[in-house]
Design a protein around this ligand. Structure first.
Ligand SMILES: *[C@@H]1O[C@H](CO)[C@@H](O)[C@H](O)[C@H]1NC(C)=O
Ligand SMILES: *[C@@H]1O[C@H](CO)[C@@H](O)[C@H](O)[C@H]1NC(C)=O
Ligand SMILES: *[C@@H]1O[C@H](CO)[C@@H](O)[C@H](O)[C@H]1NC(C)=O
Ligand SMILES: *[C@@H]1O[C@H](CO)[C@@H](O)[C@H](O)[C@H]1NC(C)=O
Length: 393
């Protein structure tokens, strides 16, 4: 009896860890993609925020309908080739996990809007529904406020009105046949909130000697910290209530060290290292209170990263979506993050437009984030980076 019991426990243990292994493989793929994207979209901007999860999952969902070289390029760029078709089942599990989280408010949704009477391969509708819980609806070409409005309303609704007007008027034209949409909304309270009365205006040292006044939140407390002398970066982990999700702030040791840190992000091993080996230290903590909003058109960055055929009107192969000749005409992303004393609210949406081819203690240490830094809002369990950004004052 005892032996049987032990065997069952061992098998269950294996199943759980196999599942976790798959989640870690997916988050690793998504992070690699995210860091390559960072190099394309973030280096020329003082501050930026985007959701690696949202962009990666929307493109992976779209890849369900890609064939031939179009599919190969998408999978290679998304770093999902080695996961094979199981990537969609892993996303299914992740989406279920995300939508059942307690302690923080976290929701994700997918949807597909299709031009009325446009024929979709039934398997594509089935698979996007099965693996991504994507609801399919028609584009309302005669909607009040334009055909973009119902889609903007969907995104606003799923992000508690944080992401508004993601589609500018005129985005949907006579060639648009489909829009694939992903949203994510996060609202977490810090496990240890900052005291509002300790927030004061302080200097933030920007690049090239400029100094800006920012609202700095202050606390003396135990924080998971890593002092990485080799890579010249200090990392602080600020957990949200529940402990599963954390904000990681990667602060270069040098006031102007952000460029070196950004170069480090290209190496997947270096990124993983940012999140390991932290230990609890009592510090004087100073983190700016900030809000960043970013809108990105991802066509050019994604082409530079290797997704080429999908964007070429007469070369894209989406025969898994439709028998008509279609291509990706646009990939739009919008994200907002607000970091304050009580916690962090962040939301993002990605819209992929598919068009028909015709036209185009007393602390002894300190962690003072008073110069440009990079941050990650991360699921400590699956390793998923839900949001990533840079703040330069
Ligand atoms: C798309 O790819 C499929 C599978 O590789 C192939 O059978 C089909 O001919 C391709 N279609 C076009 C238009 O290239
Ligand atoms: C989103 O839509 C649902 C159902 O129509 C509604 O109950 C909810 O209040 C809406 N949320 C927002 C933020 O508008
Ligand atoms: C986030 O959560 C806090 C605390 O529960 C709440 O007061 C706030 O309204 C929420 N923000 C949004 C945008 O839902
Ligand atoms: C996050 O995970 C790491 C390793 O899995 C662990 O050491 C750390 O304590 C976790 N953080 C929180 C806040 O639970």
């Amino acid at each position: 009896m005892m032996i049987t019991y032990a065997v069952i426990v061992a098998i269950i243990g294996q199943l759980v860890s196999a599942d976790l292994q798959q989640q870690l493989a997916l988050s690793s793929a998504s992070s690699d993609f995210s860091q390559r994207l960072y190099q394309k979209v973030a280096l020329d901007k003082p501050s930026i925020v985007y959701s690696p999860y949202s962009i990666h999952s929307a493109l992976t969902m779209t890849s369900l309908g890609a064939r031939g070289d179009t599919a190969t390029e998408m999978k290679n760029t998304l770093s999902i080739t080695s996961l094979g078709n199981s990537v969609h089942a892993i996303y299914k599990e992740l989406i279920q996990q995300i939508n059942s989280v307690t302690d923080v408010e976290l929701n994700t949704a997918n949807a597909i809007f299709v031009k009325p009477n446009f024929q979709i391969v039934p398997k594509f509708t089935q698979d996007t529904s099965e693996f991504y819980s994507a609801q399919t609806a028609n584009i309302d070409l005669s909607a009040d406020g334009g055909p973009e409005k119902p889609i903007n309303d969907f995104v606003a609704n799923k992000t508690k009105n944080i992401i508004q007007n993601i589609l500018p008027p005129g985005t949907i034209d006579s060639n648009t046949v489909m829009l694939l949409v992903n949203t994510i909304f996060f609202n977490g309270t810090w496990r240890a909130p900052f005291e509002a009365h300790r927030t004061v205006s302080q200097d933030f040292k920007q690049l090239r000697g400029a100094v800006k006044q920012v609202q700095m939140m202050n606390a003396d407390r135990y924080v998971n910290i890593k002092r990485d002398a080799v890579n010249k970066v200090d990392v602080a982990e600020l957990p949200f209530k529940g402990g599963r999700f954390s904000m990681y702030i990667a602060l270069p040791r040098a006031v102007d060290g952000i460029t070196d840190l950004e170069q480090l992000l290209v190496q997947p091993e270096k990124v993983k290292q940012l999140f390991t080996g932290l230990s609890s230290v009592r510090v004087q903590l100073s983190i700016p209170k900030f809000k960043t909003e970013t809108t990105l058109s991802l066509n050019t960055p994604l082409k530079d990263m290797g997704i080429r055929k999908a964007f070429i009107s007469n070369a894209a192969n989406f025969s898994g979506i439709t028998s008509a000749q279609v291509f990706i005409s646009q990939v739009l992303h919008k994200a907002v993050i607000e970091v304050k004393e009580t916690g962090t609210v962040a939301a993002a949406a990605t819209v992929i437009g598919v068009s028909l081819t015709s036209v185009q203690l007393p602390p002894t240490q300190a962690f003072i984030a008073d110069h440009p830094f990079v941050y990650f809002l991360r699921d400590n369990q699956t390793g998923q980076i839900l949001f990533q950004g840079k703040f330069s004052g």
